[in-house]
Structure formats: C-alpha cells, structure tokens
Design a protein. Structure first.
Length: 284
C-alpha cells in the first residue's frame, strides 16, 4: 500500500484499540480494489471523545468505526443518526460526507449475515439472548422481526425490562426469560438458539453464563466474542452447533466499508486477512 498526500484516512475510535483486527481487514480490502485509503487505530480516552469526533471533521477523515467504550458517547456530537442506530442507542460507524457526520450501526446486520452464512435460520425459532447491553440491542433489533419468540436474560432487571419494552415496539414477541439463572432449567426445552452477549466465562475460574448440562445436540449456541470461548467449547462437547463472533466482525466491517466507499469489498480478502490476524494474535 502506497501512502500519498491524496490518501484518505479512516480509522477506529476506542480505548484500548491496539488489539483490533479491523486495520488488517480494511486495508486488505482497500488494496485489493485499488482504493487510495488507509485504516488506522485511534486510542481515545473517554474524556476526549468529543474532541475525537470533532477531529473526524476537522482532519477530513473519510469516516471511522467506533468501539467500546465510545459507541453511545459519540451520538450527541454527530449531525445525524440513522434510524437503526438511534433505536439501538449506539453507533459503530461514522461517515463524513461534505463535512456532515452521520452515525450508523452495522453490528446487527453483521450478526444476521453471519448466521445466514453459517446456515443458521432464526425464522419461527425461539431465541434466548444472554445480556441486555448494546450488542443485545443491536442483534435484538433484527431478531425480533424474524423469530417466533425472543427471550432475554440479564441480571439487571431494569436494563432487561427497558430492552424488552423497546423491542416490543417493533414487534410484540419479546419477553423476559427469567431473572434467575436457577429457573432457566425449567424453561430451557423451549429454546432453539442461545446467544451469549456477555463476557461471562472468559476469565479463568469464572462460571459460564449458562449451565451447559442443559444443552442437547438440537441447540445452536452463539457467542459474540470472536474466538472459541469456553462456552462454545462446552457446547461443542454436547453436540451443539456453535458460532463465534468472527463472522459478525467480518460482516459489520463489510457493511461499514460500503457506507464509506459506496463499493462492495472483496469479502474473501477481508475474511482471509482476519484469519491471518487472528492467528498472529494467538502466536504472541
């Protein structure tokens, strides 16, 4: 990739961001299509979020992705927010067009595309989402329009209740699964797909978000973390079909790329770069 005075710059706002796989994915796509752009990371401490968004316009960046902990905090500083992102209450992509900053959220679309690619259908299925944070809002926005019944579990009753009420404004098929994990075993036979949108079970010695003895080979288990998490490992041993978040990462990037450039990237080029970057991280 050759950098010149005409090269457009895009990047990722977050803190920390040094571990991100996005630069490898997007730069490979720019190079493949001969687009004179480059993608870098911008570690932005929380107290500088407003300044960072202003810099997107001031420095004439073509756009940026936004990751934790800034997805919600950037919204007040944008000129416009797409309907989906407004509902979700979080932005993961900002487009700078004629000095107008518009916020989008491609996470939900990315997740749905990853399901389709893995031949996992949610149509008329009963789906349980573990967690009621921003990621759950993003995927719930789409899932509630497809599934037969969407169940939600979060230890925070207030947060879960708000998400349920919001999703039911789109389609009235969302309900709380249980506020007590101990009660899940009594209802688990009604669930087809389990989606973990929490970080539970990642730390050594930390319990998994569900009792995996409840799983059977008919269950599909997804985790939004883009690696083979302990939950997915346990589910695989029970014969479940599993899916991690790498596909969601890929496809949210594909849709962001289209918003910035108006062009469709070479998906397989982006996928390969993600795989190589993931392998490089494991080797460290």
């Amino acid at each position: 990739m050759k950098i010149s005075g005409k090269t457009k710059v895009l990047g990722l706002l977050g803190y920390p961001v040094e571990h991100s796989l996005s630069p490898a994915m997007h730069n490979a796509a720019f190079e493949e299509l001969g687009i004179d752009c480059c993608y870098v990371t911008f570690p932005v401490r929380p107290e500088f979020v407003r300044d960072a968004v202003k810099a997107v316009r001031a420095l004439n960046l073509a756009g940026v992705n936004v990751t934790v902990p800034h997805k919600e905090k950037v919204i007040p500083f944008l000129d416009e927010v797409a309907r989906e992102a407004s509902f979700i209450g979080a932005v993961n992509t900002i487009v700078n067009k004629n000095e107008k900053l518009t916020g989008y959220n491609t996470d939900g679309r990315g997740f749905m595309e990853s399901l389709s690619e893995a031949h996992i259908s949610v149509n008329k299925k009963n789906v349980l989402i573990l967690g009621a944070g921003g990621a759950s809002r993003a995927i719930g926005y789409y899932l509630c329009q497809k599934v037969s019944k969407l169940f939600l579990y979060d230890i925070d009753k207030k947060k879960a209740g708000k998400l349920i009420r919001d999703l039911n404004k789109i389609r009235r098929n969302v309900s709380v699964f249980s506020y007590q994990l101990s009660a899940i075993s009594r209802q688990f036979e009604n669930i087809d797909i389990i989606i973990n949108a929490t970080p539970l079970g990642l730390k050594k010695g930390e319990p998994l978000p569900i009792d995996t003895s409840l799983l059977n080979p008919e269950h599909v288990v997804c985790d939004l973390i883009y690696k083979n998490t302990p939950l997915l490992q346990a589910a695989s041993k029970k014969g479940c079909k599993t899916l991690n978040g790498l596909g969601m990462l890929l496809w949210q990037g594909v849709f962001a790329f289209e918003l910035w450039t108006g062009k469709k990237p070479q998906v397989e080029v982006m996928r390969k770069s993600l795989r190589l970057a993931t392998e490089a991280l494991k080797a460290r």
